[in-house]
Design a protein around this ligand. Structure first.
Ligand code: 8GT
Length: 137
């Protein structure tokens, strides 16, 4: 089976987490953590910084690897590295590829229709977030 390796950012800001809605492709309209496929020679940290600049035009700091999920989709196997990440001060996301975005409180994480692989990430987040939603425990 085809395998793809992807990095995603769990962007946090003032106690909220960013969910973005895919604007194209097989999973169009599904909600995800922004990010994309690793390129040859790139570290996961370099990949996530590059992808977020391309998709949202902001500089981020990947602070910790929250989890790596493995998921079998019908057409490929996905390995996704998820980085708890901060946005550089005073920056605002610009939706260059997504059709919508929401800054969710920890209590609102179930309010959007996540892509299948992301359900495990959301579970992991719920267990690890502190009550203020500002840091991982
Ligand atoms: N970025 C991202 N991709 C995810 C998530 N969950 C998930 O299943 N995926 C899957 O991982 C793959 C990521 O590919 P992508 O299309 O975002 O990567 P990319 O920006 O490099 O894409 P491109 O090939 O269109 O240039 C997609 O098949 C997507 O459906 C997620 O939370 N974030």
């Amino acid at each position: 089976m085809k395998r793809i390796e992807v990095c995603a950012a769990i962007l946090h800001h003032e106690g909220r987490i960013l969910a973005t809605q895919r604007g194209y492709g097989d999973f169009k309209d599904g909600w995800e953590f922004p990010g994309g496929k690793m390129e040859p020679g790139e570290t996961p940290e370099e990949c996530i910084v590059r992808e977020i600049k391309e998709e949202l035009n902001v500089d981020i700091v990947p602070e910790a690897l929250l989890t790596t999920v493995e998921c079998d989709y019908p057409a490929f196997h996905l390995t996704m590295h998820c980085f708890w990440s901060a946005i550089a001060a005073n920056e605002q996301v610009e939706l260059l590829e997504h059709e919508a975005a929401k800054w969710l409180l920890p209590s609102e994480l179930d309010a959007v229709q996540w892509l299948p692989a992301d359900l495990e990430v959301v579970d992991c987040l719920k267990k690890r977030l502190n009550p203020q939603g500002t840091a991982l425990e």
